[in-house]
Design a protein around this ligand. Structure first.
Ligand code: SMO
Length: 757
């Protein structure tokens, strides 16, 4: 079958069906298996001593007193780990240096929360207690703060200066993103165990990237990958925060390998606030030159991304994405876009749901609104004037990206119609007359879902189940359900016949992982192709067993049957028994496919937020969201909607509440949920959704990404709505989070009097 060519009749449980997640029965009845649920006999527990200073020399670090504490089996400091290798840093931009990676600090500390020593004891409380006995002396401020640019990159096209000279109006915006936490329900966790018999180190990790973690651990421990097995069991959320291997995880693996006993570490909430990776934090400035009709002529932008004291694998991805995705959905051919990233004495920065996409969307959407304001145009009209039209696809952007497909103007028109936009504006005028501060904000976004490959193997287990083994992973998206739907749809068999296998490097083919909104478009396409190949193999074997030509048999729910005599049939179990091949995991008729995407699939959408503001307190309420999204082919509408809503919740968190604060000394001020605001269910506004499904051209499934859309479009729509609400006060600039203090200060600082009612 070619692209999107599938039997027209929908198959029960097949692609496009809103079926409930298989995973939930297990998860909501306490039968999930997270790392902390695993307790191998003799399991030891690891606890870290962490730095209380942002920088300084380690004057004393003596483990001896801790070794005497009850239950303690071993303790390590950085000096014990001198021989370990480093994890890789993804060289997504020219000039990315492979920085050091140390499980424990040596010589000096570089951030509050940096692990300095590890104590291993028989119980977790014993390990935690013993950490306090370590003799530690840090001379704070005896080392210089980190102050070195890590990278800079430029994209340029056309004569920007000339375009700006001829502009009728120039929009000019600065966006300051707060640092935020990719907060997961399940904090980080690792368990490692060395098996003497197989000489294999098995590492259970709460990770998005088990195969990459295996590569990293092999490099760090100087083992071959064959001697490491990484298993991601149930993973309680990740959002980019579990995409790259951590020093703590490497420490657990090293301890288990060295002690030849199982060792476990489960981060506390505070440890994650302190030392898990953070996201966003960029400061972006942009100028957009317009002609008098509102046509954008040229974009100048500069995005500065903070990095932490060490560089995780994807550290440079937000900067790269932030730059390359500009100018988003708009046809602007003349650009000068610069990005820079700089290390600092803080926790590491890494990807967080959206990973540069939200930063790009925020800058462009703020610029569009600022341009509209300066030109006296409506925000919808100025976007319509500049959106790339369908005839231009595939469209090469000035940063060299290829937008594959879509119909941006139609989606904008749908958003306008769905929200009854003209009516909303009239209503706003009436509300303003009565002194109410209400705002309407629009954001049009694009969501690229990644390049490269994923793989899948489809075969039969001994019981006759069709096993779909994927190289990608899962952390709550419902992958077992949506992937089973792809297989069921392709083979026209019941869902119950299918077992989806993921997250175990010993039992799945290689993969990049569950990140960048890539799992369904790229991983799902690998699975589609693997399933088709398996179907051919199974069909051929069935024909042989039924002693007839392949066109004389047909697939049934349970196997294959002769067309002329349906009573003559063979079921999946018999096929598995008859097949003489087995792959390394025991699957019969296994068909393995590595799918390389032919480019990137770009979803897109438009969010329209309505907000109201209490002028006395600065409290902002998001009253309603209208949202139209096009994620290409949708496998399971319920799961896709769940991804959108979850992304929206996190987007609202970023827009309204979340901010990690370090003081001038590099101390983390927001170290607990007493100081760091997360969105609550009660804050989620009513949502009206519309959708389009323009098939992706970059993959045979036709699917695009959906996991990050909410984090990309929602904050920009909400910030634009807030600025619109405060327009009567002359406010043109607000920094996230839009908490009451931010809004109240903007009102107090405004030069305008309160509007007369
Ligand atoms: S921020 Mo995502 O896990 O690529």
């Amino acid at each position: 079958m070619s692209k999107l060519e599938r039997p027209s009749a929908s198959h029960p449980g097949g692609i496009g069906q809103p079926i409930a997640r298989f995973e939930d029965a297990r998860l909501v009845t306490g039968r999930g298996q997270f790392v902390d649920d695993l307790n191998p006999p003799g399991c030891l527990h690891l606890s870290f001593l962490r730095s209380a200073y942002a920088h300084g020399r380690i004057a004393t670090l003596s483990l001896a007193p801790a070794l005497e504490a009850p239950g303690v089996v071993a303790a390590f400091s950085g000096d014990d780990l001198a021989s370990l290798g480093a994890a890789a840093v993804n060289a997504v931009l020219p000039g990315v240096s492979q920085s050091y990676f140390r499980p424990l600090a040596t010589g000096a500390v570089e951030a509050v929360g940096q692990p300095l020593a590890a104590v291993i004891a028989k119980t977790a409380p014993q390990a935690a207690d013993a950490v306090n006995f370590i003799a530690l002396d840090i001379d704070p401020d005896t080392t210089q703060p980190i102050d070195e640019p890590a990278i800079a990159h430029q994209w340029t096209q056309g004569d920007v200066e000339a375009a700006f000279k001829n502009a009728a109006a120039i929009a000019d915006v600065t966006v300051r993103h707060a640092r935020v936490a990719p907060f997961t329900l399940e904090p980080r966790a690792a368990l490692a165990d060395w098996d003497h018999r197989t000489r294999t180190l098995t590492v259970w990790l709460s990770t998005q990237t088990p195969h990459r973690a295996r590569q990293d651990l092999a490099r760090i421990l100087d083992l071959t990958e064959e001697h490491i097995r990484v298993i991601a069991p149930d993973v309680g959320g990740a959002f980019g925060g579990k995409a790259s291997i951590y020093p703590e995880e490497a420490m657990v693996a090293y301890a288990a390998y060295t002690l030849q006993q199982p060792v476990k570490w489960c981060a506390t909430r505070s440890e994650d606030m302190l030392a898990a990776t953070h996201g966003r934090g960029a400061t972006s400035t942009g100028q957009l030159a317009f002609d008098a009709s509102g046509r954008a002529l040229a974009l100048r932008a500069r995005l500065a991304f903070p990095l932490g004291h060490w560089l995780p694998y994807s550290a440079f991805m937000p900067a790269r994405n932030g730059g390359r995705i500009l100018p988003g959905p708009y046809r602007i051919e003349t650009v000068a876009i610069g990005i820079a990233a700089q290390r600092s004495n803080t926790a590491a920065m890494n990807i967080y749901r959206g990973a540069g996409r939200p930063e790009a969307a925020m800058l462009m959407e703020r610029l569009m609104d600022d341009g509209a304001r300066r030109l006296g145009l409506d925000p919808i009209a100025i976007r319509k004037r500049n959106l790339i039209v369908p005839a231009k696809f595939p469209y090469t952007t000035p940063t060299g990206e290829v937008l594959d497909s879509g119909d941006y103007p139609t989606l904008l028109a749908k958003t306008v119609a769905q929200s009854d936009y003209q009516q909303l504006r009239k209503q706003q005028t009436r509300e303003r007359r009565h002194g109410a501060l209400t705002g309407i904000g629009v954001a049009f976004y694009v969501e690229p879902c990644g390049h490269g490959w994923e793989s899948a193997t489809v075969g039969l287990d001994g019981d006759g189940h069709i096993v779909a083994a994927t190289g990608t992973s899962a952390q709550g998206q419902g992958r077992e359900t949506s992937y089973a739907q792809i297989v069921a749809d392709t083979l026209r068999i019941p869902l119950a016949q299918i077992v989806v296998r993921h997250g175990d490097t010993a039992r799945t083919p290689a993969g990049i992982g569950a990140l960048a909104s890539r799992s369904t478009p790229i991983g799902g396409s690998a699975l589609l192709l693997a399933t088709r190949g398996f179907a051919t193999k199974a069909h051929d074997l069935a024909a042989r067993l039924l002693q007839c030509a392949t066109d004389e048999i047909a697939a049934t729910d349970t196997g294959f049957a002769r067309l002329d005599d349906p009573g003559v049939r063979v079921n999946w179990k018999a096929l598995a028994d008859a097949a003489d091949d087995r792959d390394r995991t025991g699957l019969a008729l296994a068909n393995h496919v590595v799918f390389h995407a032919d480019g990137e699939a770009w979803s897109y959408g438009c969010c329209l937020a309505r907000v109201s503001i209490d002028p006395d307190t600065g409290v902002l309420t998001v009253e309603h969201i209208d949202w139209v999204d096009d994620a290409g082919l949708v496998i399971n509408p319920t799961l896709a909607e769940g991804q959108l809503i979850g992304g929206m919740a996190q987007g609202l968190g970023e827009a309204l509440l979340e901010r990690i604060i370090y003081d001038g000394e590099g101390q983390l001020i927001t170290g607990s949920l007493m100081d760091y605001g997360l969105p609550k269910a009660t804050m989620i506004p009513p949502l009206r959704r519309g959708e389009m499904q323009t098939p992706a051209r970059a993959n045979p499934l036709g699917a695009k990404g959906v996991g990050e859309s909410g984090c990309i479009g929602i904050p920009a729509a909400v910030v634009n709505a807030a600025i619109d609400a405060l327009a009567p006060y002359g406010v043109t600039q607000l920094d996230m989070p839009l908490n009451p203090e931010t809004i109240w200060r903007a009102l107090q600082n405004s030069t305008f009097p309160r509007p007369i009612t």
